[in-house]
Design a protein around this ligand. Structure first.
Ligand SMILES: Cc1ncc(COP(=O)(O)O)c(C=O)c1O
Length: 458
């Protein structure tokens, strides 16, 4: 049998078996079998290629994570070198390894402006959120306020899907099948400019949302609230960019009641929003930051929970509770940390943050032109290279497409067929490409999307 036949047989086998054994997250398993997604085989730069040889611009950046782009030799070499030298060693009692020590120092150096001083590694975003909750509770116990156990989060927020993170998620789709939630999690309104029942005035909306948060803290009794958690820009909830005054006011309210502020920077970390960290883009210093995704540009799994001096210093006190009874086998995995060092270096040295800002502004402008042309586009919003295009059945009423409507899926399928991988969440196209995207790539995406919307008028 020729080599080519073997390759063809292997590809046919893959297509027959996709979704048969390995479950795909956030999917109904039946749908994966009925409508199998393209099997991505290769990545180079900002392009991905499926097993049929179909090459596409990756507007998802993997899943908001391949910030440095595909095929970066520096990251691949760092992974290979580290795996050859030491594939694994732990950080549990009696253990240490060099890459975790180095990446810890590198992150703290990068986060000096925020006054960060300690980092706990884990395996991904959900882990980093879970660690933030547990360390926040332990902080308050060490500080002699053991009743501060509650967490307040925002509607539309997404914080991963472990039990704590899921309980903080601000959308019922993420929670319904897995309830009951963890006690002590409370959700309040977020400043969603496109869809809110209050006002279209951004400043008035900020004031309303901040007031509602403050009332909730008072209602719960501030001395029972451990922390507020929020994304600097909500990602999975639909790329909801808060008005610029929201985060500074959020910080003020937390300070007024002594509550910790946790920034879930799993998406916004490492340049995506046009600032190196999303909270830095709003001029705000959180107490705890959750990082993952761009930390290794998605090359291998890694999460990190970073504590500022205020929080970390609680562990300077002597006491029976000061042992960190939390962490994972893969906390500080040497191969992941080596990848992190290389990926972070690329983002910094190539100033991908600035590229995300410039190309993101251009992208928003070009998509704004499409909105003028196609009434089915209700809203275009974003910051840096995290952008959403929201489709509506009626611009005046903003009636959204529902999960059973096939129109948004048909548009993204047309884009995929024409070389642009777009992620669809119900009625929104989510755009989060590698931060190496150029204006020429943007023009190509806009051309393909324009064509799909023109050929498939709603
Ligand atoms: C803001 C935010 N937090 C947490 C997570 C969970 O990360 P992971 O899927 O790596 O567990 C995500 C994932 O998209 C996220 O967007």
């Amino acid at each position: 049998m020729s080599e080519q036949t073997t390759v063809a047989q292997e590809r046919a086998w893959l297509k027959e078996n996709v979704g048969r054994h390995a479950l795909h997250p956030m999917n109904d398993p039946k749908d994966v079998l009925k409508n199998p997604p393209p099997i991505i085989e290769k990545g180079d730069g900002v392009y991905i290629t499926d097993v049929d040889g179909h090459r596409m611009l990756d507007c998802q950046g993997g899943l908001w994570c391949v910030n440095a782009g595909y095929g970066r030799k520096e990251i691949v070499d760092a992974i290979t070198r580290q795996a050859n030298e030491l594939a694994y060693y732990n950080l549990f009692p009696g253990g240490a390894n060099a890459p975790a020590t180095r990446l810890g120092a590198r992150l703290i150096e990068l986060l000096r402006p925020e006054g960060m001083s300690r980092v706990l590694f884990s395996s991904g975003g959900s882990d980093s959120v879970e660690s933030a909750f547990k360390l926040a509770r332990q902080y308050w116990k060490l500080e002699g306020e053991p009743e501060r156990i509650k967490f307040i989060s925002l509607r539309g927020g997404y914080h991963g899907l472990h039990f704590g993170g899921m309980s903080a998620c601000g959308g019922d789709a993420w929670r319904r099948s897995y309830e009951p939630l963890v006690p002590g999690f409370i959700n309040v309104e977020s400043p969603n400019l496109y869809r809110n029942p209050f006002t279209s005035d951004p400043e008035a909306l900020v004031d309303i949302c901040i007031k509602l948060l403050e009332r909730e803290i008072q209602f719960q009794s501030a001395d029972t609230v451990a922390a507020v958690i929020a994304e600097p820009i909500q990602g999975a909830g639909g790329v909801n960019v808060p008005p610029a005054s929201y985060w500074p006011k959020l910080r003020e309210v937390c300070d007024r009641y002594g509550v910790l502020l946790i920034a879930d920077e799993v998406i916004t970390g490492f340049g995506r929003s046009g600032a190196l960290f999303g909270s830095r883009g709003w001029g705000v210093k959180p107490d705890i930051m959750c990082l993952a995704k761009g930390l290794t540009s998605g090359y291998v799994p890694l999460g990190a929970t970073v504590l500022n001096d205020r929080v970390a210093s609680a562990w300077n006190n002597e006491g029976p509770r000061s042992v960190l009874m939390h962490g994972y086998t893969y906390s500080g995995h040497p191969v992941a940390c080596a990848a992190g060092l290389a990926a972070v270096d690329i983002v910094v040295k190539e100033n991908l943050t600035e590229n995300a800002r410039v190309v993101g502004d251009y992208f928003l402008g070009r998509l704004g032109e499409l909105k003028e042309k196609h009434r089915v586009i209700g809203d275009v919003r974003g910051k840096g290279l995290m952008i959403a295009v929201e489709l509506v059945k009626d611009r005046e009423t903003k009636e959204p497409f529902s999960p059973v409507d096939s129109y948004p899926g048909a548009i993204s399928e047309a884009c995929v067929a024409n070389g642009v991988m777009l992620r669809t969440i119900v009625n929104k196209f989510i755009i989060s490409p590698p931060l190496t995207f150029t204006k020429a790539h943007v023009d190509e995406v806009v051309r393909v999307l324009d064509d799909a919307l023109t050929r498939n008028k709603y």
